[in-house]
Design a protein around this ligand. Structure first.
Ligand code: HEM
Ligand SMILES: *[C@@H]1O[C@H](CO)[C@@H](O)[C@H](O)[C@H]1NC(C)=O
Ligand SMILES: *[C@@H]1O[C@H](CO)[C@@H](O)[C@H](O)[C@H]1NC(C)=O
Length: 315
């Protein structure tokens, strides 16, 4: 009872302080009236899933990124292929996307509590946020009110950055979505969680010596690849912990992807890497701000979206 009252006061406070609608139609406290337990339901679902499998934090975070970079955050990455349409998730660029069951689980509970209210795109952005926090990263609030899109096409995944890109190509690509170079470097810090497969970095293991790759680490990558294209290499020394070890690794030339190490190799972004390696609090602050910005990337379909009943299928 006391807890319920306390929660009520908290919700009210959040409502008064946070009910601001942006031009994009998203707002803080969006579900406060229509589905007050939306945020705790997602958080509990994510917590339970991550307790069983901590590596899923990386999966949820990456899935949100892929969702937002293709036609805005509209849950399109969650759609299954149908007869006659191959969905985004079945592109080779989907490589190893994980965590779909966590979203399905949260959706099922939310449909019981408040049917037709909470979009899959919102569930995914909340889940990514909660995963970052669970793994030891910053806690932050994101606006909600996204609608689920109806388009998910394999050919759209060309808009995802390739692991072979260099710093200027990355700056350009993220710039097209409105991000600064600093925000791009901060977002790349998501690679503090998770793994890459050999197929994503074997381009670096040719006979010519890569001056941006530590020679011992090159041996490690080669060893990983002996087990095949799907063999996994953690991005940093703490694969399930959200910290700044990724940037420390870049300074030692132990970045896994070309697109990781280029952030230190290139003079245009090296200073930012030094900054984040030196000051984790600064990384956390920049990361959370860039994540909020990413979570607001607008679907082209805009208000034409829907709230799916099942995240894998359009209604
Ligand atoms: C800067 C451009 C980026 C490139 C080129 C890139 C590329 C990749 C590649 C190739 C993988 C490994 C896939 C595999 O081999 O299985 C990966 C994994 C991952 N990416 Fe990125 N990524 C980028 C930015 C981001 C951003 C902005 C985020 C999130 C905010 C993100 C989150 C992740 C996570 C968490 C993983 C690990 C997934 C897991 O362990 O299941 N990446 N990325
Ligand atoms: C990703 O795409 C591949 C085909 O390129 C497919 O075999 C795989 O099932 C897809 N992964 C997911 C999680 O849908
Ligand atoms: C980055 O790649 C582009 C396109 O391949 C190339 O033109 C450019 O010279 C590269 N930049 C650096 C610093 O290597």
């Amino acid at each position: 009872m006391v807890i319920a009252k306390l929660l009520g006061v908290l919700l009210l406070l959040e409502m008064i302080s946070g009910l601001r609608f942006g031009a994009d139609g998203l707002s803080m406290g969006y579900y406060i009236m229509s589905c007050p337990f939306a945020e705790p339901i997602v958080r509990n679902t994510v917590t339970r899933a991550l307790q069983a499998d901590p590596t899923l934090a990386a999966g949820l975070l990456r899935m949100h990124f892929h969702d937002c970079f293709i036609e805005g955050c509209d849950g399109s990455v969650l759609l299954d292929s149908t007869e006659g349409n191959t969905a985004e998730k079945d592109s080779p660029a989907n490589l190893s996307l994980r965590g779909f069951e966590v979203i399905d689980d949260a959706k099922k509970q939310l449909e019981q509590q408040c049917p037709g209210v909470v979009s899959c795109a919102d569930i995914l952005s909340m889940a990514a946020r909660d995963a970052v926090f669970w793994a030891g990263g910053p806690v932050y609030d994101i606006p909600n009110g996204r609608k689920d899109g109806k388009r998910s096409k394999i050919e759209d995944t060309i808009n995802l950055p390739a692991p072979t890109l260099n710093a200027s190509e990355l700056i350009k690509m993220f710039g097209q979505h409105g991000f600064t170079a600093q925000e791009m470097v901060a977002l790349s810090g998501a690679h503090t969680l998770g793994v890459a497969r050999c197929s994503s970095f074997k381009n670096r293991l040719s006979d010519t010596v890569d001056p941006n790759l530590d020679s011992d680490f090159a041996k490690q990558l080669t060893k990983t690849c002996k087990a095949g294209d799907n063999a996994e290499q953690p991005f940093d020394s703490t694969r399930n912990i959200f910290d700044n070890a990724y940037y420390n690794g870049l300074q030692r030339k132990t970045g896994v992807l070309t697109s990781d190490q280029t952030l230190f190799a290139s003079a245009s972004t090296r200073g930012i890497v030094y900054g984040y390696a030196f000051n984790q609090a600064m990384f956390f602050l920049d990361f959370q701000q860039a994540m909020v910005k990413m979570s607001k990337l607008d679907p082209k379909e805009g208000s034409k979206g829907e709230v799916r009943g099942n995240c894998r299928k359009i209604n």
